[in-house]
Design a protein around this ligand. Sequence first.
Ligand code: SAM
Length: 235
Amino acid sequence: MKTTSTNTIGTLYVVATPIGNLGDITYRAIEILRMVDIILCEDTRTTKKLLDAYTITTKTTSYHAHSSSAKHDAIIEMLSLGKNIALVSDAGTPAISDPGAMIVRDVYDAFGNDAQVVSIPGPSAVTAALSISGLFGNEYTFVGFVPHKKGRETLFKEIAERDGISVAYESTHRMEKLLESLERFCGEKRTIVVAKELTKMYEQVVRGTAMEVRDYFAKNKDRIRGEFVVVIGPK
Ligand code: SAM
């Protein structure tokens, strides 16, 4: 849908929010969340906790991966009427393994080079984990969530051959399987860094070869709980 309007087109602000610690939000993010006409939330109940913490009373509505095309059209309509909109996900930066990319694309499709899409940068688990990994190199590849079945083996083979750093997101219940695959494909050749529960009470970094890291979690099963970023060092 291409929209032409005589109004000033509103701005879509893509706002990063904390990945655990509520203190990790920028002044600008708070300002924008207060100023916009509406906040699109992956889950309005989750975002409410953040908004309440900063006494932000802006109206919210849900926007997620399965939002209808009617919802997309309504968002474009609001922008064409000059309304300003913020987009947030449950945690971290929208569109990074989270909803957001589709609505951003639709805004460009609707308004072309008149589109006003502004990033309000802040936390993202991928950059937080990389920054404390102690691994260096100019290049890193973010693979998002590792596929469960199709393409899984190919991806691990690629990771094992890659000269640069690889970074993956993983959920609690799949961590053991991920460590098993890393041991199988990366063996002793790589440094693996598991960054767990970043910015939260049980934040922890476990570092070693795939075998060492797997062994650590096998002996400390209670620690395989929470959110994880896995960073795989270069060859
Ligand atoms: N958009 C988010 C970002 O910018 O980081 C990522 C959302 S993705 C749905 C959620 C995944 O990110 C989790 O399964 C975990 O792999 C990673 N993650 C998010 N918060 C984290 C944290 N505090 N510590 C470690 N990993 C985290």
